[in-house]
Design a protein around this ligand. Sequence first.
Ligand SMILES: C[S@@+](CC[C@H](N)C(=O)[O-])C[C@H]1O[C@@H](n2cnc3c(N)ncnc32)[C@H](O)[C@@H]1O
Length: 445
Amino acid sequence: MKLDDEYKVIIESFDVNGYGVCHIEGRVVFVEYALEGEEVIIKITNIHKKYCFAKAIKVLKASPHRIMSLDEINNLAGEADLIFVDYETELKIKENKVKNTIKSSNYKFNNIISSDNQYNYRNKTMMPFQMRNGDVVYGYYSQKSHDIVETKNDSLANPKVSDILYLIKRYLVLFNVSIYDEKTNSGIFREVMIRNNYKNEFMIVLVATKKIDFSRLVEMLTEEFKEIKSIYLNINSKNTNVVLSDEYYLLYGNKAINENILGLTFEVYPASFLQVNHNQCEKLYSEAFRMANLNKNMNVIDAYCGIGSITLNIAKNVNHVYGIEIVEDAITNANNNKKINNIENATFICGPCEKEIKKLANLNNIDIVFFDPPRKGCDIEFLNTIIEMKIPSIIYISCNVATLARDIKILEENGYELKEVTPADLFSKTSHVESISLLVRKDTK
Ligand SMILES: C[S@@+](CC[C@H](N)C(=O)[O-])C[C@H]1O[C@@H](n2cnc3c(N)ncnc32)[C@H](O)[C@@H]1O
């Protein structure tokens, strides 16, 4: 087998990362954009000793669950690796991903929380710009390179996003602004971040390598789109994959836009972490609160709390809640949000959970701890302290089932039992899946 070889295959199954799977010459082959049961011609794109990757180049017998042809997919870009699959199948794939990765037994597995809107749900879009054949283009990076696949219409973003991006492109062409080239680390304009809230108000962040006068662009944007409430310039001159630096300048309007989550108001700044799917975020939190069965006598820790969106919603129903978060700005933001919502029974602590949790270890009346870590999951030092503290219940919100399964195993080996898991679809049309799990200490049942 060598690169670019073509084979006619039947796809045997669909794996947890959104690839069709088949076998050739003793190797497992992961095929992009092919579904279980389909007969396809594939081309080998990447070879390893025991497995390889391929892309489907012709579908000879299509699955009834395919909703998009290969030609239609090729005209799209971005992370939407399940865009060609019907929603029912997508939900099954996600449920299986969670079910098959968690190795525990005797726990209740609930149906996935599905979404009413599988398109246009994202409240944050990052769009890089590049120069191509003398034209300014914007779009997502192709999966295997840093070349942009032009994305005039992002089906997952708010519909206004494509109009805003098109206006920015017109401005860049009209005023001959140089576009950043990462190969030579030269040029000025790099990327745009667009956020929107539940009221469809927008925040725009222009990313450039140096401060130039964008006042005409600001005028054009705010004249055309009355919904734009805030425009920032972020200066990033480093040749790095990290898009936003810490250097922000407010060019127009408000410093923050407000989001409403389950009746509370949250200020959102350019760098604030927020779930990208607002409606599903509310369903995710509600399911976590159902599992936690909160009451006014309880004391709770919310680890990895961000701007306090879970913490302050917990506060409404408990005696006291402690939120821990590593990013200082997020904690400042969380304390502001506490004030805005007139909440008094929440304390925010800034620092790494694995260190800060130790300072709470002498509080022997913590009833529940919520975890909502980044993709890499929880630090072992953090888990060990939770185990030592013998906190009766854990609600684990996870965006990466592999690290969730790893952490559940550690907790199970140290006195906890997995009781319940609910997957949730926060990233429709992609193979990413969120989940909520309840673990309870065996000796406190
Ligand atoms: C998935 S986000 C969850 C935020 C919040 N719970 C929410 O729902 O919006 C994970 C958060 O953990 C924070 N974080 C990452 N590592 C951390 C650590 N070691 N200790 C504390 N917070 C951390 C990140 O800054 C981020 O805000």
